[in-house]
Design a binder for this molecule. Sequence first.
Ligand code: OVM
Length: 398
Amino acid sequence: MSTTARITSDLDPFSAEFRADPYSHYAALRALGPVVWLERHGIWAVSHHDTVIAVLNDWQTFSNAGGGGLANYFKEKPWRPPSIILEVDPPEHERTRTVLSRALSPRTLRAIRGRFEEDAATFVAGAVRKGRIDAVPDLVQPYPLKVFPDSVGIEAEGRENLLVYGAMVFGSFGPRTPWYEELMTRAPAVSAWILDHCRRAALAPGGVGAMIYAAADAGELSEDEAAMLVRSFLSAGVDTTIDSIGLTLRALAEHPEQWALLRDDPSLARAAFEEATRYDSSSQSLFRTTTREVEFAGATIGRHEKVMVFLGSAGRDPARWEEPDRFDIRRRTTGQIGFGVGIHGCVGQMFARLEAEVFFQALAAAVDRIELDGPSALRLNPGLRGLSSLPLVLHRAS
Ligand code: OVM
């Protein structure tokens, strides 16, 4: 038996204090060591850029079948049937991943870009006309909430269910708190709406949802699997992009000199989004579950234990990044892992980048200066970092 002394900490990554200022807490975690036992939750924390990547690349040891969140599916019953792409290991993972990657391929994106541009221009024009806005409800939320379900082929009626369902999916990544229990009282009704809209008949022809059913017709998936993959779109495609666009906008508003660079050269929109995904990713952490006892970075991790992997900390690791706390849209962001990395790296990341690029190009064309108009507020969901409020004044371009 190994006699490695474990490094422990009483830090609670789900506490309000931690989430209000994760980056100073990550620095404390990184200083403790690459693998730290978080005694409050009985889980391991991995927070250095290199060890985060090492965990995510070793899917044989650090499995996804134990669940994407804090709940341990090797020991507890999942709140919903597990995702057949996120919460599954190879070889099962490969077939579903292939179908989703194809549906979200450059070819699909080329066909969709024009519609993104029209919608972005419309929402931006409305916000600029208003001038003084809360950017979250007025701009950041409506745009993904239109373009994403439009692309999947979901009817316009009832789309607010997507936000509630997303809150549940990502809420389930955290501990069972009163907030969570209260939210989940709505699960039966909202899940029923979601499942109804995953059916073949509910999806518009020509959309990304219909492409999944085309794969079923081609014999690559069963009809039930197709519905489950559409469910993955509806789980992971909306809140994630809302939150990442919101955090990017806040970073730009808080760094006027960076906004000026983008305004003067809108071709930097993609780079700005990429840097924001390093600097303040909507996906701060995710989980793996060990399939065996393993010696990892000086620690002995037992079998079927949960490992919390901090993407947000990897983005600020001074061992990897020069001046990691500086938001710099001209930075070389190669190696940024805010979308994750390895076989479960975000399958929709090109879709998200396109959404964001089009959005910030439209904003750069219409807005000269962004003025912060009060404190922003965090959206308190344990699985996703984002904003509930971002008061701004948009000064129009002349
Ligand atoms: C899914 C799913 C749900 C949440 C997140 C995610 C980050 C996937 O249902 O497949 O990926």
